[in-house]
Design a protein around this ligand. Structure first.
Ligand code: PNS
Length: 171
C-alpha cells in the first residue's frame, strides 16, 4: 500500500495597506513576497481612519494595473479587521514593508496585536529595493499636490490620476 501524499496547501500571504496611492515601493514588496508565498492577496483597507485621496475602488484598480498578468497575485478591498480577512482567505502570513527604523514601532505593535487576535498568523517584514525605499504614499501625494514630478515613483496610471486630481491646484 502506498501512502497518499498530503494535499497541496498553497501558502497564502496577505499584503494589506492603505495604498493611497500604490507606489513602486509597494509594487516591489508585493513581487518580492512571491519568494515565499504561492498566492499573494493585496488587501486595500476601506475603513481607514484617514480620509483617503482615492476611493477603495480606485486604489484597487491602480494595483490591478501594477499586477498585470501575474496570476499568483490578486487585489481586493476589505472592511473590518485584517485578521478576519486572513482567516477567510486561509492566509498564514501578513506581509509588511519596513523602510526605516521609524516604521518599526508601529509595525511591531501591529504584528503583536494581529498575532494576539489570530495566533496562527505571522507577520513577515520585508525590506524594499534601494531605489524604492525612500518612497511613501504621503510624500507622493504631497509632491503631486504641488505639481512636482512623481513619474519615477508610481505606475503611469497613478501618475495620471494624481495629475487629474490636482489639475486645478492643490486640494
Ligand atoms: O498602509 P497602512 O495605512 O500603514 O496600513 C495599515 C493597515 C490598513 C494594514 C491597518 O490599519 C489595518 O490592518 N487596518 C484594518 C483594521 C485592523 O485590522 N486593525 C488592527 C490592526 S492595526
Amino acid at each position: 500500500m502506498t501512502d497518499t501524499p498530503p494535499p497541496f496547501r498553497p501558502k497564502v500571504a496577505v499584503y494589506a495597506g492603505s495604498f493611497d496611492p500604490f507606489t513602486h515601493g509597494h509594487a516591489d514588496i508585493m513581487r518580492r513576497s512571491l519568494a515565499f508565498a504561492d498566492r499573494v492577496v493585496v488587501a486595500v483597507a476601506n475603513n481607514i481612519n484617514k480620509k483617503p485621496l482615492f476611493t477603495a475602488e480606485e486604489r484597487v484598480a491602480f494595483i490591478a494595473e501594477s499586477i498585470g498578468t501575474e496570476s499568483r497575485i490578486e487585489v481586493r478591498a476589505f472592511n473590518g479587521l485584517l485578521v478576519n480577512l486572513a482567516r477567510e482567505l486561509g492566509a498564514t502570513m501578513l506581509v509588511r514593508g519596513l523602510r526605516a527604523v521609524s516604521d518599526f514601532e508601529f509595525e511591531y505593535q501591529m504584528a503583536l496585536l494581529n498575532r494576539h487576535l489570530h495566533p496562527g498568523l505571522e507577520t513577515v517584514f520585508m525590506v524594499p529595493s534601494n531605489d524604492t525605499t525612500y518612497i511613501s504614499s504621503s510624500m507622493v501625494r504631497e509632491v503631486a499636490r504641488f505639481g512636482g514630478d512623481i513619474g519615477a515613483l508610481v505606475h503611469p496610471t497613478v501618475a495620471r490620476a494624481l495629475a487629474e486630481r490636482f489639475a486645478s491646484g492643490p486640494v
